[in-house]
Design a protein around this ligand. Sequence first.
Ligand SMILES: Nc1ncnc2c1ncn2[C@@H]1O[C@H](COP(=O)(O)OP(=O)(O)OP(=O)(O)O)[C@@H](O)[C@H]1O
Ligand SMILES: [Mg+2]
Length: 215
Amino acid sequence: MTQVPRGRFITVEGQDGAGKTTNLSVIRDALERSGIPIVQSREPGGTPWGEALRELILNYRDTDIVPTAELLTIFAARAQHIHQVIAPALSAGKWVLCDRFTDATYAYQGGGRGISLDAIALLEHMVQGQLQPDLTLLFDVDIDTGNARAQQRSTADRFESEQASFKQAVRTRYLTIAKQNPQRVKVIDASQPLEQVVREVRSQVNDFIRKVVGE
Ligand SMILES: Nc1ncnc2c1ncn2[C@@H]1O[C@H](COP(=O)(O)OP(=O)(O)OP(=O)(O)O)[C@@H](O)[C@H]1O
Ligand SMILES: [Mg+2]
C-alpha cells in the first residue's frame, strides 16, 4: 500500500509590524525551490467565513468585546480553517504556510488579555486534536520598532491600538513559548536590517527542509 505523504505545517509568529508577512514570500520561495507544493493562509481567517470573523475580531469597535468572546471567535474561525483548508492540504501532502496560529492566541489572548493557559489549552485540544505546527518562526522585535513599522504600513487594528504594557506582555509570552519549545520555535531577531532577517529565514527553512528530507 502506498502511503500518502503528510505535508508539514509551518507558521510565522510575532508582534504587529515584526515582519511576518514580508518574510512569508521568502519562506515560500525556499519551499518552491525545493519543489514542495504549498498552501498559504493566515489567521484569524483563512476561509471566507473565517475572514468575515477576522474583520470582526480585528476591527469591530462599537462594543467593548469581552476577552472570552474574542477567544471563542478566534477558535471558531480556527476550527473552520483546519477543517476546510489545513487538514485537507496536509493529508494531500502539501505544506501549509500560515501567518499566525495558536501561539498568537497564547500570546495575545493569554499574555495580552490575561486569559488562563488552561482555558486556551482546553480549546486548543478541542479544536486541533493533535495538530501542531512542525516549524514556527518567531519574529521578535522591540515594541517601539514594531509600532513604527506597523504604523508606516496601515491604520491600527484593535490589537495595534493597545497600550505598550499589552504589547510587552504579548512579546514576553511569545518568548516564553519559544523557550519551552526550542525544537519547533526558532526565534529570529527581527530588529535587524531586512537583508539579514531574510538570510536567517532562508537558513532556518532550508535546515528544516533538509531535516524532513533526511527523515
Ligand atoms: N527587518 C526589517 N527592517 C525594516 N523594515 C522592515 C523589516 N521587516 C519588515 N519591515 C517593514 O515593516 C512593515 C511591517 O512588516 P510586515 O507587514 O511584514 O509585519 P507583520 O509582522 O506582518 O505585521 P502585522 O502583524 O501587523 O501583520 C512593512 O512596511 C515592512 O516592509
Ligand atoms: Mg502581517
